[in-house]
Ligand binder design. Structure first.
Ligand code: SDX
Length: 429
């Protein structure tokens, strides 16, 4: 007998079906609510609202669990590389060696962008934020790759997926090169996904560039832990835009814009800026913890807190460990890492953070490790987007293929003026 939730309203009694997910998530199905009662629900920020069912990622915020297609994030970060995890998220299973080789070869051999797209970079200001460039150029892919736009055509979709995975690192690296006035470095097909990105970012035509395997491994891990996170703000945006049957490039461009905000993916950039401010202010972490507790200050600890995690973000643990390893391996003594660790220590022992269950999230340590890799701060959220791309694609695909796919169009509670007569302009005082 399926579970029901009973709703009584006025003289009405309504049995609402309860859906139970594979990990025991219970959800009240309100799809008939308005038709049967005239009621809608209201849930600012969708704190309690499930937008859809999904088989891609499971996270348990209370216990700090994160799994992609059932595999724990810790195992994936330790044993896989980023393209392998991208395949898992998009196609729903870990690839065989042969499948991965075919997938990898397709991605690595399509990393160049249309030469006319390069001229786009000539028209943006040199100090343009790279997220502005990333969103614009990805949106422009709808203009340059018109043979892969139809969301209902499986071949178009497959080509668009491979083009996005292959070209986003190139588009990202070019936005960095533009900002430093250096020549763009063409991708090289014989390099690994992350090695190619590092070379396009840091090589110049003047000398050979040595790709450090430690950097490649760290970048692979960072992209893997950023790859998906169920119905977060930017992924929900990709689903929302895709629900209108907009093409994949347009949907991903919208996701990039949503990720940019400092409350979401932009927090990694904001967090390092906060750590630098604390360092410049004598490293007085307690002062900033106290400010974060004072609502009037308007200050928040960036990289802290999470809508779902009310425990330590498992990704932050992985990144922190990698941070430690890389910094000691490279013999880098980054004072920001010490400030971050001290800030964490003070905050996690403070009743305000304990009561509100505020822990470091994925953005807290990621900036420190990006710095160790030589990534400039304005590129931090771009790297988040590079990592999140396969997750966005997987959700867009799942939504397009769902039998229950519908245009996303929430309702509202209207609180504006009731009907009133219009006063002609010449009679208004
Ligand atoms: C990401 O959704 C995802 O999965 C996102 C992400 C992904 O992988 O896609 O995990 C990536 O976006 C991580 C989050 C990055 N953002 C930041 O680090 C920005 C700082 N954190 C916050 O602003 C905040 O924690 C949010 C936005 C992340 C979550 O906010 P919620 O769920 O809307 O909660 P809230 O703002 O209502 O905060 C609840 C309480 C409030 O106090 P009260 O009004 O109840 O008294 O906690 C306080 C907040 O003031 N609070 C903080 C705080 N975060 C929440 N106080 C101080 N510092 C903070 N960082």
């Amino acid at each position: 007998m399926p579970e029901v939730a009973k709703l009584s309203y006025g003289d009405r009694q309504l049995d609402l079906p309860v859906h139970v997910g594979s990990e025991g998530e219970h959800a009240v199905d309100i799809s008939k609510l308005r038709a049967e009662t005239g009621l809608i629900t209201l849930d600012e920020g969708y704190v309690n609202t499930g937008a859809t069912s999904s088989a891609i990622t499971f996270l348990d915020g209370e216990t700090g669990i994160l799994r992609y297609r059932g595999y724990p994030i810790e195992s994936l970060a330790e044993h896989c590389d980023f393209l392998e995890v991208s395949y898992l998220l998009i196609y729903g299973k870990l690839p065989t060696a042969a499948e991965l080789e075919t997938f990898r070869s397709s991605i690595l051999n399509h990393s160049m962008i249309h030469e006319d797209m390069r001229s786009f970079y000539n028209s943006v200001p040199r100090d343009a934020h790279p997220m502005a460039i990333l969103a614009s150029v990805v949106g422009a892919m709808s203009a340059f790759y018109q043979d892969s736009l139809d969301p209902q055509n499986p071949r178009h979709v497959e080509v668009a997926i491979h083009r996005l995975l292959a070209k986003l690192p190139t588009i990202a690296a070019y936005s960095y090169k533009k900002s430093v006035g250096q020549p763009f470095m063409y991708p090289q097909n014989d390099l690994s996904y992350c090695g190619n990105f590092l070379r396009m970012m840091f090589a110049t035509p003047c000398e050979d560039y040595q790709i450090d395997p430690d950097y490649v491994r760290a970048l692979d891990m960072l992209f893997i832990v950023h790859a998906d996170h169920e119905q977060n703000c930017s992924t929900s945006t990709v689903r929302m835009v895709g629900s209108s049957n907009a093409n994949l490039f347009a949907s991903i461009s919208a996701g990039i814009c949503a990720l940019w905000g400092p409350l979401h993916g932009g927090a990694n950039e904001a967090c390092v800026q906060m750590l630098e401010q604390i360092l410049a202010d004598g490293g007085n972490v307690k002062k900033y913890v106290d400010m974060a507790k004072d609502k009037k200050s308007g200050f928040r600890l960036m990289g802290f807190g999470h809508r779902v995690y009310k425990n330590y973000d498992p990704r932050a643990k992985i990144i922190k460990r990698q941070c430690d390893l890389l910094l000691s391996k490279l013999r880098i003594k980054d004072p920001l890492f010490h400030v971050a660790q001290e800030l964490e220590e003070v905050a996690l022992n403070d009743s305000y953070f304990i009561e509100k269950k505020l822990y470091p999230n994925v953005d807290f340590y990621s900036g420190v490790i990006y710095r160790a890799l030589g990534i400039p701060v304005p590129m931090f959220t771009v790297l988040f987007a590079l990592g999140r791309l396969p997750g966005w694609i997987a959700h867009w695909l799942e939504m397009q293929r769902s039998d229950s796919k519908r245009l996303c169009r929430p309702r509202q509670v209207y609180t504006g003026p009731t009907e009133r007569p219009l006063v002609p302009l010449n009679e208004r005082s």
